[in-house]
Design a protein around this ligand. Structure first.
Ligand SMILES: C[S@@+](CC[C@H](N)C(=O)[O-])C[C@H]1O[C@@H](n2cnc3c(N)ncnc32)[C@H](O)[C@@H]1O
Length: 245
């Protein structure tokens, strides 16, 4: 069961490590299209909100809302499962990297559908594809297990939102938004505690697994084993590891 208070505990330094990536921002803006009003559900510190039209943000975490910039869109302290807005209040609703944290994601999407007139953009991760598994999960299998237990299969999300389409969102090698897959070409970054603090997956595994995974990663980086296995990634500028909408 997702933990409603998780971001009140782990989100304190979120805005400093999770800076909106400009390529993702452009892609999200294009998905929002010409919507004149936008609700951003699970908005957190305000990444990826359009700044050229009326936006309302919504998030249950006071810790996250406190980190919104002073000129950010107005925000409501509320959860997706009970959106305090009238039917059809917004042209478009965005939900960026958030639905896997909702207590009841189906109820949340039903609420999103109720308040949205035209378009819903749900950015999530397809953790069930295995054509290019993300190497980090080999070092921290508990993150993989948590993701598979809590991140909704794309087909289930599509079913709730039908008619809908899926678009893949590659992760740039120098991605500035420090989510779990952001450092795929910068493996040493995961050794830094402030980087791990910005990734909810690390809060879902125990200290022991974290320590073991970090020691293995450090040893493999020092010995060249990581490079032997995954060095091919160093020639790539972006990678598709399942993010998209
Ligand atoms: C990984 S953060 C993403 C924040 C922001 N969308 C971004 O891209 O930076 C996940 C957010 O989901 C929020 N959240 C958790 N449970 C929620 C719920 N039931 N309804 C709406 N948002 C929720 C958390 O408080 C947190 O701010």
């Amino acid at each position: 069961m997702p933990d409603q208070q998780l971001y009140d505990r782990i989100g304190r330094d979120y805005a400093s490590i999770r800076k909106a990536d400009r390529r993702w921002a452009a892609a999200i803006l294009s998905a929002v299209g010409n919507a004149t009003t936008v609700l951003n559900v699970g908005a957190g510190a305000g990444s990826y909100e359009p700044t050229d039209r009326p936006v309302i943000a919504l998030d249950p975490s006071a810790t996250m809302l406190r980190q919104r910039a002073r000129n950010a869109a107005p925000a409501m302290a509320a959860a997706a499962e009970a959106i305090p807005c009238h039917d059809g209040a917004f042209d478009c609703t965005t939900a960026i990297l958030t639905i896997h944290h909702w207590t009841n994601w189906r109820a949340g999407l039903a609420e999103v559908k109720r308040v949205t007139r035209r378009r819903i953009v749900v950015l999530t991760a397809d953790v069930f594809r295995d054509d290019e598994p993300f190497w980090l999960k080999e070092y921290f299998p508990g993150i993989n297990a948590w993701d598979r237990a809590h991140i909704q299969p794309i087909d289930d999300v599509l079913q709730e939102l039908w008619p809908a389409r899926v678009e893949r969102l590659p992760v740039p090698a120098d991605c500035t938004d420090g989510f779990c897959g952001a450092y795929w070409r910068r493996p040493a970054a995961y050794l830094r505690p402030e980087v791990r603090n910005g990734i909810s997956g690390f809060s879902q595994i125990g200290d022991r697994e974290t320590e073991q995974g970090l020691s293995r990663l450090q040893a493999d980086l020092d010995s060249g084993v990581w490079n032997e296995r995954y060095g091919g990634l160093l020639d790539r500028d972006e990678i598709d590891i399942g993010y998209g909408w």
